[in-house]
Design a protein around this ligand. Structure first.
Ligand code: NAP
Ligand code: MG
Length: 481
């Protein structure tokens, strides 16, 4: 990591915030402060946007697509070479189990490999038009892109948004989350060493209300990519509207796993468990509702309970199924949901174990399965963002669709059934950005377009769809009569 608290990277140089203001960084596994980052704000964001603008109009704008791609691919290789070091940083900073941090870093490297390879394959089109005219559609970068990201997958989010934006020819200003951004600082150093030119990537650490708000309301950015909560997403969209800046919003979810009576239950069970405990439930696409056909409900929930009871939570270094959650605030928020559920008489069906190595000051929550939960209850409607799974019975396909679509969210869904026609019917009716049939999530899913409906946001990241978001079509009409 960079020396002291010089965690702001603008125009190829590291610096501290004005007045040397800092923010402490906690280790979720112990609750102890182990680092500090700079508390950047409006002055730093202004300087970063200025540097990004100059690089867009200068060095990056005149770098051929093939050369942009080569630089990004090289960065991908460098990330892979530093994978263990980065995974250790990520696990300590976020609290996630080491094995998950390792797979996150592998995905981060893949983003740069994928978009590095894609940079020179993003071509335009021609359109047949009136006699005597030639029409070309060229895809141009948007310009200066602002990126605001959360703490749950810092390294992966860096890869997902920065690799795509840079590959398409944009320059970037990134405001990571203050709770966890140390891997991003190291990744930025690696980008520097790889030779990404000064000003192309700028990183300003700080609080959302300060640096984040300064970035989202900046009048010299051309695009905003935000990943985070629906509430802050609304603020971002309003700020962007004031400057007529388009944005991609990747927000929360309350994603269902739908288990029909004809499902391969043995195949479904481990996937359903891992979809809620991965990253201690702090995943936008966590499978946080399990909808089970009433005819197999009791039997299925009993089998699921056995597996949830066996889940172990502990410090990141113990490398168990779950780590702590990110902060005391998040732990109390999750616990609040559990306390209110208890007061409302909702049954706890199963609870995982807390490992004896977990320090008392760490932010631990035991993974919990509750049910049956009424579909109107907050547990069935709101994003908990913790290892809390709610079970809901349904009668038939229509009922499953009604319940699955019956929240304000629409991010992803899983369908478990051996009936091919039903699989297709369900996939078509679910109002979500991704549907998995007899599976859930897929190894980072770098290539797979991802995004939401409703309060889960709009626009798509990942795959080639992201390159479309980070570019805009320009129509050139030539009269050759
Ligand atoms: P959050 O509170 O919305 O924060 C996200 C980012 O926005 C952070 O960098 C935060 O900065 C910043 N921010 C906060 N207030 C701001 C403001 N007024 N103006 C500008 N920026 C501001 O979200 P979170 O709690 O960290 O993350 C969890 C949420 O992200 C969940 O809802 C989850 O579902 C969602 N998420 C979605 C996806 C997806 O791809 N769909 C992926 C991951 C997570 P500070 O935290 O530093 O203050
Ligand atoms: Mg941290």
């Amino acid at each position: 990591m960079c020396a002291d608290v010089n965690t702001i990277y603008i125009n190829g140089k590291w610096s501290a915030a004005q007045g040397a203001a800092t923010i402490p960084v906690n280790e979720p596994s112990t609750g102890e402060v182990f680092a500090h980052i700079s508390r950047g704000g409006k002055p730093e964001i202004d300087a970063a946007v200025k540097a990004a603008r100059a690089a867009f109009e200068g060095v990056w704008g005149s770098t051929a697509a093939v050369d942009r791609g080569r630089l990004l691919s090289r960065l991908g290789l460098k990330i892979a070479e530093h994978a263990e070091e980065l995974a250790q940083i990520e696990a300590r900073d976020t609290g996630k189990a080491l094995k998950l941090a390792r797979s996150d870093i592998a995905a981060t490297a893949r983003y740069f490999e994928y978009y590095g390879g894609a940079a020179d394959k993003l071509h335009g089109d021609t359109i047949p038009f009136l006699e005597g005219y030639q029409v070309m559609i060229v895809r141009e970068p948007r310009g200066v892109a602002g990126h605001i990201i959360p703490w749950n997958y810092p390294a992966q989010m860096f890869g997902r948004t920065i690799a795509a934006a840079l590959a398409a020819g944009n320059t970037a200003v990134l405001k990571p989350a203050e709770e966890a951004c140390l891997s991003i600082l190291r990744l930025t150093e690696l980008a520097h060493e790889t030779g990404i030119p000064a000003g192309v990537l700028n990183v300003v650490t700080g609080y959302g209300e300060e640096a984040g708000a300064a970035l989202s309301s900046h009048d010299d950015i051309d695009f905003l990519s935000f990943t985070g909560s629906p509430e802050v997403g609304t603020l971002i969209q309003k700020a962007a509207a004031d400057n007529h800046v388009p944005c991609v919003l990747e927000l929360g979810g309350k994603s269902p796993q739908i288990v029909f009576e004809d499902a391969d239950v043995e195949k479904a069970l481990p996937v359903i468990v891992s979809a809620i405990i991965q990253n201690t439930g702090q995943t936008c696409s966590a499978g946080s509702r399990v909808l089970v056909q009433r005819s197999i409900y009791e039997e299925f929930i009993a089998a699921l309970a056995k597996r949830i009871n066996a889940v172990q939570a502990g410090p990141h270094g113990a490398d168990l199924d779950c780590g702590p959650v990110i902060s005391a605030v998040q732990r109390d928020r999750v616990q609040g949901f559990l306390d209110r559920a208890q007061a409302d008489g909702i049954q706890v069906v199963a609870q995982g174990k807390l490992d004896s190595r977990a320090p008392a000051g760490g932010y631990y929550v035991r993974p919990t399965l509750l049910g049956p939960v009424d579909i109107a209850h907050e547990l069935a409607q709101d994003e908990v963002f913790g290892p809390v799974l709610v079970a809901i019975p349904f009668d038939d396909e229509n009922d499953a669709v009604r319940i699955a679509n019956g929240t304000d969210f629409g991010l992803i869904a899983g369908v478990w059934s051996e009936n091919g026609a039903r699989q297709i019917r369900m996939a078509k009716k679910l109002r979500v950005g991704q549907v998995y049939i007899n599976g859930y999530g897929a190894g980072g899913g770098i290539e797979l377009p991802f995004g939401g409906f409703k309060r889960s946001g709009h626009g798509r990241e990942k795959g080639f769809e992201a390159l479309k978001e980070y570019t805009v079509a320009k129509t050139i009409v030539i009269n050759h009569k």
